[in-house]
Design a protein around this ligand. Structure first.
Ligand SMILES: *Cc1c(COP(=O)(O)O)cnc(C)c1O
Length: 408
């Protein structure tokens, strides 16, 4: 018998990829060949890196490197189990205690990533009879957690407090719990969530208040304590999420709150129960990183100095850096709004040829027609590097008709 000919059951994936290619938004992964640094080598080309979340330059900090090496020598490379079986090492507990003290809360639980922290927490804390009231631009991990919880999801227009209140009021009579949730800093536009107004609403409607501070950890608040500290909202946010993967320089996510919230998550958060804990090197690195946040505040000062300089200069060049049809950035994330997805990807490729890495971001990561190059400042970019990047952006932007582009 001859082998039956069978069409490839995954051929629809190829069709979808072909569609992306036709639209010009298909991408190849850029591969980094040396350290995550302001100037580094991707795909064999030395470029100024405007795409990294390494806000404070901690990925290569000597103290963090040393902490990772020492922990590896002492404890090996893996934890060997999930936290609830045999994978809770003393160093994991030390990290959680360290973060809880830093954030001035009762307790903290560390997850394998910020994504796992959000998805695992929202889906554990809420159930099918509950309601989640969520900002339209909240991170994908919040959206996935909300879907996994099976709760009713009500989305309010980005930072529109009247709409958020309307949504809360619409479910006021329902018996289930309500969760009001926002990003502290929105990752694609760089604007800050309106925490004071949201906390007022949560209190008025008896909702649980949750903030995802991934891009605020190490960036906003005293020594990088995040948006809760930035706004003085201590004691008014029930669930605080942060990441260890961005400014902290390593990998992981955490949730801060009451001792009982954390104990509950130890028992019910599925990534905690069913996925292996961090290697000791990661925990040790993060412990060292929080020491650096406390002892080297000059890193954050430099980050903000670079950010102010960068926004001013990009604006002077005539780019749309948000604030017209998109939110205005208030943080080291500065988008250059272009609109068309293909033009954005072409711009990104041309910039790369001229020695600047600025990642193009298009649908579905941002809405259709809001494609952009997202730039991120760090504390370790020098003025010379920024000057050089601005020269390239201006020159290529003019050549491609992007500078001064007026969008409807
Ligand atoms: C990056 C990010 C996350 C995920 O954090 P990881 O530690 O990278 O998994 C969650 N929320 C927001 C808002 C983010 O920007």
């Amino acid at each position: 018998m001859t082998t039956a000919t069978r069409t490839n059951p995954l051929s629809y994936l190829t069709d979808q990829l072909d569609e992306l290619k036709a639209k010009g938004t298909h991408f190849k992964l850029r591969v980094l060949e040396d350290e995550q640094a302001p100037v580094c080598t991707f795909d064999g080309k030395k470029v100024i890196n405007l795409a990294s979340n390494n806000y404070l330059g901690l990925t290569t900090h000597p103290k963090l490197r040393e902490a990772a090496l020492e922990a590896t020598r002492k404890y090996g490379v893996g934890s060997g189990a999930v936290r609830t079986i045999a994978g809770t090492m003393k160093i994991h507990m030390e990290l959680e205690e360290k973060i809880a003290r830093f954030k001035n809360v009762e307790a903290c639980v560390v997850f394998q990533s910020g994504f796992a922290a959000n998805a695992g927490t929202v889906s554990a804390v809420l159930g099918k009879d509950d309601c989640i009231i969520s900002d339209a631009l909240n991170h994908a991990s919040i959206i996935d957690g909300a879907r996994l919880s099976k709760a009713k999801i009500l989305v309010f227009r980005h930072k529109d407090m009247a709409h958020a209140e309307e949504q809360l009021a619409s479910v006021k009579e329902e018996p289930g719990k309500k969760l009001l949730i926002t990003d502290g800093v929105f990752s694609m536009d760089g604007d800050i969530g309106p925490l004071p107004a949201l906390c007022d609403l949560a209190e008025k409607y008896g909702a649980i208040m949750m903030v995802d501070d991934a891009h605020a950890s190490g960036v906003l608040g005293r020594n990088g304590r995040g948006t809760i500290d930035h706004f003085g909202m201590h004691g008014r946010v029930n669930i605080q999420v942060g990441t260890l993967s961005k400014a902290i320089g390593a990998l992981g996510g955490y949730v801060c709150g009451t001792r009982d919230l954390i104990d509950f998550l130890y028992h019910r958060a599925r990534p905690f129960l069913f996925s292996t804990s961090h290697p000791p090197a990661v925990a040790a690195t993060c412990i060292a990183a929080f020491d650096v946040l406390e002892n080297e505040p000059e890193r954050m000062e430099k980050l903000w100095e670079n950010t102010r300089f960068w926004k001013k200069e990009l604006g002077l060049l005539g780019f749309d850096i948000g604030g017209r049809n998109t939110p205005a950035s208030e943080t080291p994330i500065t988008p250059i709004i272009i609109g068309d997805g293909k033009l954005t990807m072409d711009f990104s490729r041309e910039l790369f040829k001229e020695g600047v890495l600025g990642t193009g971001i298009a649908f579905p990561t941002v809405p259709e027609g809001k494609a952009r190059i997202r730039t991120i400042m760090t504390a370790t970019h020098t003025k010379e590097e920024l000057g050089q990047a601005l020269e390239v952006l201006g020159r290529v932007g003019k050549r491609m008709g992007i500078v001064g582009l007026i969008r409807s």
